[in-house]
Design a protein around this ligand. Structure first.
Ligand code: PSU
Ligand code: MN
Length: 306
């Protein structure tokens, strides 16, 4: 990669650049969660609250999206409003979509994958979000495995999330991450959280008990030139967790409808997220928002030690 020719595709906000230059903590944030993950205007409200929480914790937020063919690191409030209002009309941008959107000067909502790419290019090491993509249930026939896992295998960014939803095969997702050499840490827990619930029935690789320790583990990975990122899973605060049987019944119903409608490819995850929100009458949306707030606060703490 040539940093000079790459510059035309990357735009870092003055605030984020100043923080990076001064060695201040910065937390990257994705935009698929805004455009495809929540309804308007809750998505915008949440995205702005997320930025405020990060600031309250002494770090600088960097919401990332593709705006007019540039990976934009540190979106403005107006850009966040635009991404939220246009919603599904903003194409979901994963690694394979990136060159096309950049070359055509188009917009894109960055997934975990493309947010990691842009964060790494800008020099940001910590990224907090809600959930990541993974190995879908039935992947042995559909081969539907999120590009997020491959990105974690190759791009040096520490991703904080509340685990993955049981729309995915959590066991196979963990196997894949193990194969790819991605450490999966649990923040103050031995169990891999499952997004809406703290319980998944699967263990994380290692429990860590402080933000400082998480940063130290990632630092060791960077210092030794071990390729790729790391996953820090942070359970939803128990008071916002959903009933396991209730949420799983709704996830099963959403999966069944997805299959019946023959939905495939990049549409699968947004369809399931939207369906679950509708089936649970917004209760899952509230849980989703709360776990994101919890993750970004931890992200700000970890970023102080990186
Ligand atoms: N899982 C969630 N919420 C999300 C996503 C996943 O609980 O918003 C989004 C993220 O942007 C993630 C993407 O990177 O979906 C994964 O999509 P796919 O499964 O198509 O790779
Ligand atoms: Mn997929």
């Amino acid at each position: 990669m040539n940093p000079e020719t790459m510059k035309q595709y990357l735009s870092v906000s003055p605030e984020v650049q100043a923080a990076l230059d001064a060695g201040k903590p910065v937390v990257a944030l994705e935009s698929t969660i805004i455009s495809h993950g929540m309804p308007y205007p809750k998505n915008v409200e949440t995205a702005l609250n997320v930025e405020r929480i990060i600031r309250e914790h002494g770090a600088v937020p960097a919401t990332i999206a593709i705006i007019k063919g540039r990976m934009t690191v540190g979106c403005t409030a107006d850009q966040i409003e635009y991404l939220g209002k246009r919603g599904l009309d903003v194409p979901k941008a994963s690694r394979r979509d990136l060159p096309v959107l950049l070359a055509r000067g188009e917009d894109g909502a960055t997934t975990v994958t493309t947010t990691m790419i842009a964060a790494a290019l800008a020099g940001i090491r910590v990224f907090a979000t809600g959930g990541i993509g993974g190995v879908h249930r039935g992947a042995e026939t559909t081969m539907d495995i999120s590009a997020d896992l491959e990105e974690l295998a190759q791009t040096p960014v520490l991703v904080i999330c509340a685990g993955c939803k049981s729309i995915l095969d959590i066991g196979l997702t963990l196997e894949y991450l193990e194969t790819k050499g991605v450490p999966v840490l649990g923040y103050q827990t031995e169990e891999m959280p499952a997004f809406y619930t703290t319980h998944s029935g699967f263990k994380v690789d290692y429990r860590i008990d402080s933000a400082e320790e998480a940063a130290r583990v990632f630092r060791a990975k960077l210092d030794c030139g071990l390729r790729g990122g790391m996953l820090l899973t942070n359970p939803i605060p128990p008071q916002f967790a959903m009933d396991l049987d209730y949420i799983n019944a709704n996830i099963d119903a959403a999966l069944k409808e997805c299959e019946e409608l023959g939905i495939t490819g990049k549409k699968v995850t947004p369809f399931l997220l939207d369906k679950i929100q509708k089936l649970t009458g917004g209760a899952s949306l509230e849980a989703n928002i709360q776990l994101v707030y919890n993750n970004v606060a931890l992200g700000a703490e970890v970023a102080k030690y990186i």
